[in-house]
Design a protein around this ligand. Structure first.
Ligand SMILES: [Zn+2]
Ligand SMILES: [Zn+2]
Length: 271
């Protein structure tokens, strides 16, 4: 079956994700093989750099250090088991947390030699001295809007943080791919807004170009009930294309069934 020209899924979670499913690696891999994928990266969330928010909440966001050690160990043997069938990369999705750059760099240095592919994502923004997670729920998003005064200001804050992430010194093992760069649109059907600050978006894309970063073309947004579009979209997607930034498809699967999801819809336009 000629089901897709995209042969790689660069953004997949795992049974080690605290907010994901317990689907075993084998199930993700079997589904990848069925789709004809030739290469996949498991990008489990890297342990977070400290308790910058409610610890109970943060525990749900990313695995702890001990758990991530097991993730790497298990993947090393799984990789070997499937080596004749598919290329499997051991990876991380690394959170950029403003103010915690040094700790993030230390964590990356600790695991760097085991990590073959990775993504740098912004899920948290710092407002004054507080941190907010942007993709929890429409209600939580509403709180950020209230705090900052408008949806536009929330977008400003997100994209300013993204620019800082791209410029940050996270050391030798800093990821080369930027995760779901328009994640801030995750609740856009509830908070409709078209962001037009081309100057800031262009600064982001220029910085990606200078540093030779890639973009995670993330199809998870299509499945999100208040989003219905991939990341990136709109002006940012146009700029990514105009600047010739390389894109890597990512399903952001947290369940084996979502591997390679919706790639075919965009394959023709973007490859
Ligand atoms: Zn996740
Ligand atoms: Zn993410």
């Amino acid at each position: 079956m000629d089901n897709c020209r995209i042969l790689r899924d660069g953004h997949i979670h795992s049974p080690y994700c605290p907010h994901g499913t317990k689907d075993p690696f084998e199930l993700y891999i079997e589904n990848s093989l069925k789709l004809g994928l030739k290469e996949i990266t498991f990008t489990e969330h890297m342990p977070l750099p400290g308790n910058f928010m409610e610890p109970e909440f943060l525990k749900e966001c990313a695995p702890s250090q001990d758990v991530i050690e097991n993730y790497i160990k298990e993947l090393e043997s799984i990789k070997d088991k499937y080596k004749f069938d598919i290329k499997i990369n051991i990876g991380f999705e690394v959170d950029f947390i403003e103010g915690y750059e040094a700790i993030i760099k230390d964590t990356l240095n600790r695991y760097g030699d085991k990590i073959e592919d990775s993504i740098l994502s912004v899920h948290f923004i710092k407002v004054e001295d507080e941190y907010y997670c942007v993709d929890v729920s429409p209600d939580e998003f509403g709180k950020i809007v209230k705090k900052l005064g408008s949806v536009e200001k929330v977008y400003d804050s997100y994209y300013e943080t993204l620019l800082k992430a791209i410029k940050a010194d996270l050391g030798l093992y800093k990821p080369k791919r930027i995760g779901h760069p328009t994640l801030i649109r995750i609740f856009n059907t509830e908070y409709p807004f078209e962001y037009k600050n081309r100057r800031l978006l262009e600064a982001i894309v220029k910085e990606m170009k200078i540093n030779n970063y890639e973009v995670d073309f993330n199809t998870a947004g299509i499945r999100k009930p208040y989003c219905k579009e991939p990341y990136p979209s709109g002006i940012l997607a146009e700029l990514v294309e105009a600047y010739g930034i390389n894109i890597v498809f990512g399903s952001d699967a947290h369940t084996a069934l979502d591997v390679g999801r919706d790639f075919i819809k965009y394959a023709g336009e973007l490859e």
